[in-house]
Ligand binder design. Structure first.
Ligand SMILES: Nc1ncnc2c1ncn2[C@@H]1O[C@H](COP(=O)(O)OP(=O)(O)OP(=O)(O)O)[C@@H](O)[C@H]1O
Length: 590
């Protein structure tokens, strides 16, 4: 790429990033080439022309300058895809967007963009998918209905007004203008869309909304309602209010019952808000430990008093000189109570937040535990979260990890977050497969496996990069119980296969008693493979061929026969092949 293109891209990115952003993922440098050196988010074709800019979810908080991109001929003539979804970008889409004539997809969802949309937007004749939802756009909608190939238009949650242009809805697979200020009659949807696509627009009427366009204006309805009100509550209102009252009583009874149960089991939880950190103290009923004043959790030594053993710090730069006493005194919040023990989020005095895993019921000797920690610390992989420090006495084992504020893959897949696209899912699968294969290789001879690999143990950092957490922290004797070491490694392969199934289906591992692996295997047996995939993947441009390939890998991983399961190394190779094919297709197909 010529220097001008590079300079423009860097300038575009600098403005998008804003002042505070120093995103380390984006190594866009003048000395390198965006295509040959694969700048993050930049995709090129075989002729080395820039085709796609995918800057989705990168914490960008600056301003958008469309003119920079679309006024530079080489870029304007080649760019077909621009995605800035889910950042915090402000500014406007200015009229220069009309010069980016090759754009087939424009995605700016989930930003702070404002102002009117330029009429030149409707001149983008190649546009197929337009997503401007979850911004603060206002004013009239340009007549994008004139773009004949448009098949997705998402504009929900803005402040747009005026009437809805006469779209030919039969072309559309996605359409949503809900929660704006649109008014007037909805054009004929031809049975393609339901009310959800139009809700939350006060002045909008006609099918599929249940509001007839000949209905009286809102003001007269209001006065009618107030007349009705003066007559006293209706039968329906009385029924509704008594329903609420009954519900209230049930909730109060439930809370009282819950409080009694907590008291009975001897667990006292005092929580007080201090700033935005919840201070809680947890007193273990199992251990006879002395309660430490204000401590987040108590630790017992063999003699029943606070242990003299010290915390062993493994990662100096993050928790340098951290003492057990400081850890115990710090405000703590219980964030999980799993099969392996409890997990606390702890705010240290220097402001660093860590999590502390308190492992229960692990009969490993202190010597073995220490040796295991040292081995884990040596086998460092950039995508495996290794403990920052640990503590070990006969009764207690604590592991300290860095807190990852973006939560887990489980939360991303099954929480309320917005769409999670195929490229990101494939990227996460390949990173985790490689990291797990690396750990198996490094720790194979010592028999240290993960032992509990699942989507809640895959954490995401600020840049949404995945990390395996709690490697080697299995607090049970499962590892010793297995007949051969190979069994246990194949156990991790199974766990990884289930993660692949979650990524492909978007479904929970256990849903209403249905086991995900059983369900997938039965659907595939019936040759309904297409039914398995997450609908949101099918509706984007994701390649079904590569999804099927990944499904085949997943099915091999969850095979009942241990011998039939591949090793993690083989799994990583297979997934990387799929990822390479995906990248090639992005280059050649766009
Ligand atoms: N370092 C961390 N930073 C942020 N969140 C974390 C961290 N470690 C774990 N979590 C999250 O905290 C929650 C509770 O974790 P915990 O390990 O107790 O649960 P679990 O994995 O379901 O249980 P277990 O591992 O005992 O089977 C999970 O949602 C997990 O994703």
């Amino acid at each position: 790429e010529d220097d001008e293109v590079k300079k423009t891209l860097i300038q575009f990115m600098t403005q998008l990033s804003g002042q505070q952003n120093n995103n380390s993922t984006l190594v866009w440098k003048l000395e390198s080439d965006p295509c040959k050196d694969r700048w993050y988010g930049v995709y090129c074709d075989a002729q080395m022309s820039i085709k796609r800019l995918n800057l989705y979810r990168l914490n960008l908080s600056g301003t958008l300058d469309v003119a920079l991109l679309c006024n530079l001929q080489p870029l304007a003539a080649s760019l077909t895809f621009l995605s800035l979804d889910d950042n915090n970008i402000s500014g406007r889409i200015t009229s220069e967007i009309g010069n980016c004539k090759q754009l087939t997809r424009l995605h700016v969802r989930g930003n702070q963009l404002t102002g009117n949309l330029p009429t030149s937007l409707a001149m983008l004749n190649n546009l197929k998918r337009l997503d401007i939802s979850d911004n603060r756009f206002s004013g009239l909608l340009p007549n994008v209905a004139r773009i004949s190939g448009l098949n997705m238009f998402l504009a929900q949650n803005n402040d747009l007004s005026g009437t809805i242009p006469a779209f030919d809805f039969s072309n559309f697979d996605h359409f949503n203008v809900s929660f704006n200020n649109f008014s007037g009659q909805i054009p004929d949807v031809n049975g393609h869309f339901v009310a959800d696509s139009f809700l939350g627009n006060q002045g909008l009427c006609g099918y599929p909304l249940q509001k007839n366009c000949s209905e009286k204006p809102l003001s007269s309805t209001v006065s009618q309602t107030s007349e009705e009100k003066s007559k006293g509550p209706s039968k329906e209102q009385i029924l509704m209010y008594s329903g609420y009252a009954a519900l209230g009583v049930i909730v109060i009874l439930f809370v009282i019952l819950k409080l009694c149960t907590i008291k009975k089991t001897g667990k006292k939880v005092e929580a007080a808000l201090n700033g935005d950190i919840e201070k809680s103290s947890y007193v273990s009923s199992e251990s006879k430990a002395e309660e430490l004043n204000k401590s987040g959790f108590s630790v017992a030594s063999e003699s029943g008093t606070v242990s003299q053993q010290s915390l062993i710090v493994l990662s100096k730069p993050v928790v340098n000189e951290l003492k057990l006493e400081e850890l115990l005194r710090a405000p703590a919040e219980l964030i999980g109570r799993g099969n392996n023990g409890s997990l606390y989020k702890v705010m240290l005095t220097n402001g660093i937040i860590v999590v502390v895993k308190r492992i229960k019921g692990w009969s490993i000797s202190s010597v073995d535990f220490k040796q295991r920690m040292q081995l884990l610390n040596q086998a460092k992989h950039p995508h495996v979260l290794s403990p920052l420090a640990f503590y070990c006495s006969k009764q207690e084992k604590l592991l300290v990890y860095e807190y990852q504020k973006n939560g887990s893959l489980f939360k991303l897949l099954h929480g309320t977050s917005k769409t999670f696209d195929w490229t990101s899912r494939l990227g996460i699968a390949s990173t985790i497969a490689e990291a797990l294969a690396f750990m198996h290789q490094e720790l194979g001879q010592h028999g240290i496996i993960h032992g509990n690999i699942k989507s809640s143990n895959i954490l995401l950092n600020n840049n949404m990069e995945p990390f395996i957490s709690e490697y080697g922290a299995l607090g049970k004797n499962d590892q010793q119980q297995s007949s051969t070491p190979i069994d246990t490694f194949k156990g991790d392969v199974y766990g990884f296969g289930v993660i692949l199934l979650e990524l492909l289906t978007g479904k929970l591992v256990k849903n209403n008693g249905i086991d995900l692996t059983d369900w997938v295997q039965s659907v595939v047996r019936e040759e309904w493979t297409g039914e398995v995939f997450d609908r949101s993947l099918l509706s984007e441009y994701a390649s079904e061929e590569r999804m099927v390939n990944m499904l085949q890998v997943a099915i091999r991983c969850v095979n009942d026969s241990l011998e039939a399961r591949p090793s993690m190394n083989q799994v990583a190779l297979m997934i990387n092949t799929i990822k390479d094919e995906e990248e090639k297709s992005l280059i050649y197909q766009v």
